[in-house]
Design a binder for this molecule. Structure first.
Ligand code: F6P
Length: 518
């Protein structure tokens, strides 16, 4: 399948009104797995395009890519590693390195149980009453998402706070009102070298020391792949250290000991069901033929929308209060994985790779950026994830679903001038013209009866596999992140400039350094 052929099909598909293309696909473009239904009707796709994309999937050996992932082969060539995030949630014993990885989650769940039942206590012997989770990126977004999504199951005796930013205000807010004598600080850092996390951990250590003295390490749990650095940081003190496997990328580590705070503070069934949901989606992705494989079809759609149709962004709208942090989480997962332009062989990737991923909570966004989505000049696919956080009130659930479906329909079908005038005949033409919706906005609707931990686990596992397979299609390594290193190096060089000890190489930076130092 040549890109020329795909692009020709894209031009043809784009020339037809989405409304009619979608009507043709209605009832024929839905797939199901692990409790989720995914409807792909409203996309610029026809039978020829679908067939061509499946041909591309075969040519790019997506089936082999799936089996290589689950066989613990090296799928991260630049770091010479497998990608074993799926082993963290495996419900059955594995072999070799995958089993070593699986056990790290098992150990973390046991430690969490001992923290929750008071077996592991504060230095005074009292039970912990607060947890401060310190981490950033993949050591923050996932646990923060799970803690927020299922906060209603949080133990009444346990406060959970998160801190990620270098801005001192972040830690100050995280510690505000907490008693160091009954607080556990959990530091998550795979490298144990991330400046933000080490800065905040050191300040938190001082906060603990001021109250419990040298017993501070009894109030620390560190989760890392770099045990040596962690022990060095702890010094002579002993502290709880849990393992993050080297073969699990930070943005793929939500299943790991990195979620110790959630494992400890939320109801025991939450993380258990979360892991089981992911494992169920793994089984689907591992065993389902390409055409019915949800991760494959979504990866092909991502390729089609970004690389063939040229949509430079994708909007993720979680129509569920429990999913209000999902788009932030997916930004790292997808954009840090596939926001690249050079392949693992050092050669250019596909000319267009991962789109901007952004979004928010539905129906909240309808009172913010939906005006832009409907009548702006930029067209991009929208992803509706409809999974009410609670089923206690059928009226609210029904209204939430009605809004999601209405938004998707108006985005796709639009509203013509004639329709406006026929519905509102007294409108002056220049007002009627401003009520026109161009339509033509494609969308996917993912739905589940309600957003349970099992559903969230399955959903995130689906996005992980979709991201990896889209990376294969774009010709990039989804598991490294060389692009984040340069900024960190430059920041170290600019600190002496900001202290007035040296001059910036760049004249604008030199000016900005003066401005921000006023
Ligand atoms: O953003 C770069 C990055 O390395 C992410 O991939 C990672 O999740 C984050 O920083 C934190 O890294 P660590 O867990 O090593 O502190």
């Amino acid at each position: 399948m040549t890109t020329e052929k795909l692009n020709a099909l894209a031009v043809a598909a784009r020339s037809n009104p989405l409304r009619s293309v979608a009507a043709e696909r209605a009832g024929k473009a839905a797939l199901q797995a692990a409790g989720w239904t995914v409807d792909l009707s409203r996309h610029y796709l026809d039978e020829a395009a679908d067939a061509a994309l499946l041909e591309l999937a075969s040519e790019r050996a997506l089936s082999e890519a799936i089996s290589r992932l689950f066989s613990a082969e090296i799928v991260n060539p630049s770091e010479n590693r497998a990608a074993l995030h799926w082993a963290l949630r495996s419900q059955t014993p594995q072999i070799g390195l995958a089993e070593t990885v699986r056990v790290t989650t098992e150990v973390a769940l046991k430690v969490a149980g001992r923290l929750a039942n008071g077996e592991i206590t504060a230095s005074s012997g009292a039970s912990f009453e607060a947890i401060v989770h310190i981490g950033i990126g993949g050591s923050d977004f996932g646990p923060r998402l799970v803690a927020d999504a299922f906060a209603d199951t949080q133990s009444r005796n346990m406060t959970v706070r998160f801190c990620a930013n270098l801005d001192p205000f972040d830690l100050e807010m995280a510690l505000d009102g907490l008693d160091p004598r009954t607080t556990l600080v959990i530091g998550i850092s795979k490298s144990f070298g991330t400046e933000e996390t080490l800065y905040n951990l050191t300040r938190a250590r001082d906060w603990l020391k001021a109250s419990v003295g040298e017993a501070w390490s009894k109030h620390m749990a560190l989760v890392t792949a770099n045990r040596t650095r962690a022990l060095d940081w702890l010094g002579a003190s002993d502290g709880l250290i849990l393992d993050l496997p080297e073969s699990v990328g930070g943005r793929f580590s939500i299943w790991s000991a990195g979620s110790l705070a959630c494992m400890t503070a939320l109801a025991p069934h939450v993380c258990k069901d979360f892991l089981e949901g992911a494992a169920e989606m793994d089984a689907h992705v591992q065993s389902t033929p390409l055409s019915d494989n949800l991760a494959v079809r979504l990866a092909l759609l991502d390729y089609w929308n970004a690389s063939c149709l040229g949509f430079g962004a994708r909007v993720v709208l979680g129509y569920s209060r429990r999913l209000r942090m999902l788009s932030t989480y997916l930004q790292q997962l997808e954009m840090e994985s596939n926001g690249k332009s050079i392949g693992p062989d050092g050669q250019p990737s596909a000319p267009v790779t991962a789109p901007l991923v952004w979004g928010g909570e539905g129906t909240i966004g309808q009172h913010s950026y939906h005006q832009w989505l409907h009548q702006g000049t930029h067209i991009m696919p929208t992803e509706f994830i409809v999974a009410p956080g609670s089923l206690t009130d059928p009226h609210g659930v029904l209204a939430l679903k009605a809004h999601a479906l209405a938004q998707a329909e108006v985005l796709a079908n639009g509203r013509s001038f004639e329709e406006v005038k026929s519905e509102e005949p007294d409108l002056e033409d220049h007002i009627a013209a401003q009520k026109v919706h161009a339509g033509g906005r494609p969308s996917t609707v993912l739905s589940a009866p309600t957003l349970t931990p099992h559903a969230l686990g399955a959903l995130i596992a689906l996005y992980e596999h979709r991201t990896y397979l889209a990376g294969v299609l774009w010709g990039v390594n989804s598991f490294d992140q060389w692009g984040v290193e340069r900024g960190k190096t430059m920041a170290a060089r600019l600190k002496p400039v900001l202290r007035g000890e040296s001059v910036a190489d760049d004249p604008v930076t030199g000016q900005l350094a003066k401005q921000v130092s006023r």
